[in-house]
Design a protein around this ligand. Sequence first.
Ligand code: NAX
Length: 328
Amino acid sequence: SATPVKVAVTGAAGQIGYSLLFRIAAGDLLGKDTPVQLHLLEIEPALKTLEGVVMELDDCAFPLLSGIVTGADATKVFDGVNLALLVGARPRGPGMERGDLLEANGAIFTAQGKALNEVAADDVRIGVTGNPANTNALIAMTNAPDIPDERFSALTRLDHNRALSQLSAKTGSPVTDITKMTIWGNHSATQYPDVFHAEVGGRNAAEVVGDQAWIEDDFIPTVAKRGAAIIDARGSSSAASAASATVDAARDWLTGSPEGDWVSMAVKSDGSYDVPEGLISSFPVTTKDGSWEIVQGLEIDDFSRGKIDASVKELADERDTVSGLGLI
Ligand code: NAX
């Protein structure tokens, strides 16, 4: 039988982990023919909870799940992993400023970047879901000098999927008819969900909608503030949808984006669309066999330019903060 793919998940005892692990073990990420070994990283106080989650994974008797490694030591848990999904992060506590949050997460992502650098498999790909995702990815990438930079990405696929869903509801078209959606910039409230290059049934989405006010006053804020709306309704942050997007993003990265379409991923900028080189910013990308390429040649009008610039400025500020803290 095939050699299992080793998939690391951090924050495995958390909310997203509780959905994500079961999706991966069921074959939703690597396919129904690929056995998987889960490498689950948690902090010491959460290891007991993690034990319970592992008992449940066992109890599912997943045919594809060939083994589970758990622990709190990244250099052990990341040993030989082919894919690392960095979900665990430090949430913003009461009275914590943005800089405090960046610093607390900086400690986590410098350590995990170093550990991956040391012990991950040569073909490792790293997807960061834990917030602030873009800057956490930048920190991990910078602390893993032997891993090529293009192996790091941060998750904006949830925002992308939210945008598909909103546009589907507005136009009455199934999500499968919507292509070329883009999230630009940071995974934060400044993100820019762009329908001007999207298509509904092959027609320009903005023209199909025909309602600039809806795009500006409804669609963009609804997508950008969806996380807060979920917290408001559910009492806790999005978990199953975040897990689903984490699966979608990793699966498409490894197996390829559909022909004639693209996906949104936050990756290291090469200066495309005037996003400063080196920032981990969301772009339209096509993927194939574990590689990605930024879609080139899209025309950016003044409205889109302003939105992209605002989100990218926030990323540059975050980079300057973590650089000032000596984290990168
Ligand atoms: P939870 O607080 O339920 O779980 C996080 C888990 O991470 C906890 O079990 C904690 O013990 C663990 N953890 C903390 N530090 C760790 C470390 N150094 N090593 C290993 N594990 C560690 O949060 P959850 O709802 O699962 O969300 C996880 C992260 O995803 C958060 O940062 C959250 O903000 C972020 N999100 C990102 C999204 C995205 O689209 N990029 C959307 C959903 C989510 O908000």
